[in-house]
Write a protein that binds this ligand. Structure first.
Ligand SMILES: [Zn+2]
Length: 265
């Protein structure tokens, strides 16, 4: 098997200058870069991924501010999310998450000794106390809430783009997904719901979320946005949607699906 290379700088990926994601015909291996001694010597982290999109891949995590080598440029991975099919960007997202996780776990969280890579799996181990560290995932729910032929959308106070989206929130320790959906909706807009079904998921490595979508229906209460996280919330019919997120994210996919459901029901 041939070995390929991928390099990251924070949430940016190093790509060949000849790659044009917007053209619609970017190669499946768009995420590969040419391995150089310069990359290897500058890397904060070097990791070996046995199977990335069917190829063994060497990953580098490079320091902030490092210029792209000749013939390459840095591309925010989010741009790939919005321009490529999910199957095409997910492998790069997975690699970036590993590279960033490894950079953030150079030392044991328990005793401070420098971690070493485990030989048989993608994990770190402390040579002094034996503490094991695995890549971190932060599960977060998305809530598709229906009421009387309308869909609940909200505008997040921190969202500079000003779009309206599904309510979302991180799963807390000791909480089931469905409990999290109910709690987040209650905390953010003050209504009670029933959770009906699982709708899908999407890794979102900015830095380490796993988004999980659920369908729910309104049971009681009036919308009262919390004013902190949620600036505004409302019920929308599919024919009068506000400004919603760009195509590519799970939230947009679920909004589109909800609108189709409302239109055909
Ligand atoms: Zn330790």
């Amino acid at each position: 098997m041939t070995e390929s290379s991928a390099a990251f700088r924070g949430s940016e990926i190093l790509i060949d200058n000849s790659i044009d994601l917007a053209s619609g015909d970017a190669p499946a291996t768009w995420w590969q870069c040419r391995a150089t001694a310069e990359l290897s010597s500058a890397a904060e982290v070097e990791l070996y991924l046995p199977c990335m999109a069917g190829q063994a891949t060497r990953l580098w995590r490079l320091p902030e501010g490092l210029a792209a080598p000749n013939g390459h440029r840095w591309l925010p991975l989010r741009e790939a999310v919005y321009q490529l099919p999910e199957d095409t960007w997910l492998s790069a997202a997975r690699a970036m998450a590993y590279a960033n996780w490894r950079a953030a776990n150079r030392f044991c969280g328990r005793c401070g000794t420098k971690n070493i890579d485990k030989a048989d799996e993608l994990a770190v181990q402390c040579p002094a106390c034996g503490n094991l560290g695995f890549p971190r995932l932060s599960p977060a729910i998305l809530a598709v809430v229906y009421k009387d032929g309308q869909l609940l959308l909200a505008r997040n106070a921190a969202n500079k783009a000003g779009f309206w989206s599904l309510l979302a929130g991180f799963v807390e320790p000791g909480e089931r997904f469905e409990d999290c959906v109910k709690r987040e909706v209650r905390e953010e807009v003050g209504i009670e719901i029933e959770v009906d079904s699982y709708l899908g998921s999407q890794p979102w490595p900015f830095p380490d979320q796993l988004m999980i979508g659920f369908s729910a229906r309104w049971v009681a209460g009036e919308l009262h946005p919390d004013g902190l996280e949620i600036a505004e919330a409302g019920w929308f019919s599919p024919t009068a949607l506000p400004f919603v997120p760009k195509t590519g994210s799970l939230s947009r996919r679920l909004i589109d699906q909800a609108c189709r459901n409302l239109t055909t029901s």
